[in-house]
Structures are given as C-alpha cells and as structure tokens.
Design a protein around this ligand. Structure first.
Ligand code: KIV
Ligand code: ZN
Length: 385
C-alpha cells in the first residue's frame, strides 16, 4: 500500500523572504489559491509577528482558502505564538509552527543558552501553542548540524508536549544525502514516541543537495516535505516542490504518493516566477525552458523514434504542452525533417541532404532558426515540385 507524503509549501514564507520577491496581500491570495488548486496539503502563509503586512496576509489567506491547512510561523516566544494564533483565527484548519535552534552554533552563539534550557523553552512553546490549536509543528532549527543524541532528546520531549509534526531543517544546506537520511533514521530508531508525530524534511540548497536530501529523508521515514515552487528561498533556496513530487512519481519503487495535481505544475511555476519577478533558469529541472527541449542530433533522432529514449517524464504530466526539437548547428537530419514536415514540406533522400548542408551553414551563423529561414532554404525544392 502506497503511503501519503504531505506537501508543505513554504513559498509564501521561506520563499518570500528572498530580497525582491516580496508580494502584497492580494498577490499572496492569488498564490495561495493556486497552491490549493495544485493540491498542496499545508500552506505556510507567513510569519505574523514579523510585520503588520505579513499578519494581514495570514488572516486573508485563512479566509480565502479552504482545503489546505494554513500554517503560521513563530519563534519559541509567547508573544509570537499569540500573534500567530490571532492571525489564524479564520483558518478552517490552522497550524502553529514554532521552534528553536538546536545545533551547538545556535545554542552557544545565537541563543547564548544551554542544551537543557533549549529543551525547556521548546517544551514550553509547544505547550503554549497547544492552548490555541491542536496542530502544532516544532522546528529544530539547524538540525543538520546538531548532535543526533540531543536532537533525539528534544524531539522526544516536544512530542510528549503535544507536537504533531517535527520538522528537521537542514537550515544551512550543509548535509549530504547519506548524512541527512541517517539523521532521520536515527530519530525513527531512537525517539520512543516518534510514531505519534510526522517527521518533516526542510532542506536548503547551499550545496545543491536540497532535493537529494529531501528524498533521502523520505526514504528513511519522513512523511512531510517542506518545499517551495521553483526552489526559491533564502540564499541558494529551498527544496523545489516540482523536483520532489516528480522524483517520487517517476520512481514507482518508492511506495509513496502525493496529492499534487501534477499537470498544474508548469502553470504554477510561471505564476510564481512572474509575481515574484524571479526568472526560472532555463536548465531548471521540470520547469525550466529547456527541461523538455532536445537540441543535439543524436538525442533528437532518439526522441523522434521513441519519446522515452530521452525523456523520463511525459511533458503533459507537468503541464508542458509538448517537448521541443530545437534547431541548432548540432541538429541532425531527423530534426530538420521533423520541422519541414510540420511546415508541410516533405523532402527525402538527396533533396533533404542538400537542404541539410545549407541548413548547417546557416545554423553556424545564426542562433535561432525560424520557420521563415527554413522556407527560404527549401524554396527551390518547393517551387520545382
Ligand atoms: O530553515 C529553517 O530552519 C527554517 C525554519 C524557520 C523552519 O526556515
Ligand atoms: Zn528554511
């Protein structure tokens, strides 16, 4: 039986922290509704104590969206939790996400505290949040660099205090997949009450490992993934939703499913890119302009013979109309013929060879070969026929 993987989208919180990506409340509602249609389970709508605007956005998103859980971030501070709870008052299903740093760096240099005091503050925050909502998620900030034994100890206590989800952030994007997976495995094996909570991954991409680490977390027992559309987020970004969802979907050997309506992925990616004024790199997995574009002759010939020779995803499955065969100086005859056929010009044998030679000369000097270029190349053959 396939188990469900909860998709927790933090585009509007961790994603929106990126300089230049800020959205107003109206735009955030548009994004929240798109995320709801995409099928995400949890929308982290903001950090209400951080500004009146963020507070207001959480209130309005809570009113506008019905199906996903609406989550509000807070530090392990009573005032933060009060404000988060107030912002969530219209949410049909509200969650408070509270937490504290757990790595030696954070305990010593950021919080200037001790491990025992950190556990005490964490437990107090979870119990305090439980006064407002049943659903309380605890984040163990910088868990990727924490001591595993301490991490297990604090999680055991916050679960006892009522945490329903425990989030294990690799806040600095430091871990390698084997390392991150082993943290999750350690928690599964050493926290006596771990089955009372869902383990969440929350990975940053500083070493380009966010998706790999997230998948390693899932393979070792995490059942919620915290992600953003297009992988936007602090510094090098967060784990990208589209990558995790499609990796899970492609690998039938992983007995996990998500509720994401994958044909809506591309459209949602474009919406976020446009509203946040954040271009998607052309070679970005799943949603980049070149993700389904074939440009070398060998690949073009292969994909024209059978799509799956060079495509592991059907583009329609992520909302891309069709893959493209791009004409460049590296293209082969098969690609040229494919484009000519589409223009209604059927050339074979020697005629095709001759046009192909002329095409290569043109493609060496011109980046974009247009239908008009092709028609002018084949002019004499068309006229002669
Ligand atoms: O990266 C992180 O640790 C976070 C937490 C606030 C969840 O974003
Ligand atoms: Zn984060």
């Amino acid at each position: 039986m396939s188990e469900k993987l909860w998709i927790f989208d933090t585009t509007l919180r961790d994603g929106e922290q990126v300089p230049g990506c800020q959205l107003n409340t109206r735009e955030k509602i548009v994004v929240a509704k798109a995320l709801e249609e995409l099928g995400v389970d949890v929308i982290e709508a903001g950090f209400p104590i951080s500004s009146p605007g963020d507070f207001n956005s959480v209130v309005e998103i809570s009113k506008a969206v019905s199906n996903p859980i609406i989550c509000a971030l807070s530090r392990a501070v009573e005032k933060d939790i009060d404000v988060a709870a107030e912002a969530l008052k219209y949410a049909k299903k509200g969650r408070i996400h509270t937490g504290i740093g757990v790595s030696p760096f954070h305990i010593q240099y950021k919080l200037r505290s001790t491990p025992d005091e950190i556990i005490e503050r964490a437990v107090r925050a979870v119990k305090y949040a439980k006064r407002y909502v049943e659903d309380v998620e605890f984040y163990a900030e910088d868990a990727g660099r924490a001591e595993k034994e301490f991490l297990a100890r604090i999680l055991e206590q916050v679960i006892k205090a009522g945490a329903t989800v425990v989030n294990i952030p690799d806040t600095t994007g430091y871990c390698l997949p084997e390392q991150y997976g082993s943290i999750i495995r350690h928690l599964k094996e050493n926290v006596s009450n771990i089955d009372k909570a869902i383990i969440a991954t929350h990975c940053h991409n500083d070493l380009g490992m966010a998706t790999a680490n997230t998948i390693a977390g899932v393979q070792n027992g995490a059942r919620q993934v915290e992600v953003t559309i297009n992988g936007i987020g602090e510094r090098a970004g967060n784990t990208s939703m589209e990558e995790v969802v499609m990796a899970i979907k492609c690998h039938h050997d992983i007995p996990i499913h998500t509720n994401i309506v994958t044909p809506r992925i591309y459209e949602t990616s474009r919406l976020i890119s446009k509203l946040m004024n954040m271009p998607v790199q052309p070679n970005k997995a799943i949603v980049g302009r070149n993700a389904f574009a074939h440009s070398s002759g060998i690949h073009q010939d292969g994909v024209l013979k059978h799509r799956e020779n060079y495509e592991i995803i059907d583009p329609k499955d992520v909302g891309v109309h069709e893959s493209s065969i791009v004409l460049t100086a590296r293209s082969g005859r098969a690609a040229l013929k494919h484009h000519l056929d589409a223009l209604g010009v059927v050339l074979e044998g020697e005629a095709l060879n001759e046009v192909y030679e002329e095409f290569l000369v043109l493609a060496d000097s011109k980046r974009d070969i247009t239908p008009k270029d092709l028609l002018s190349l084949v002019g004499k053959y068309v006229d002669e026929s």
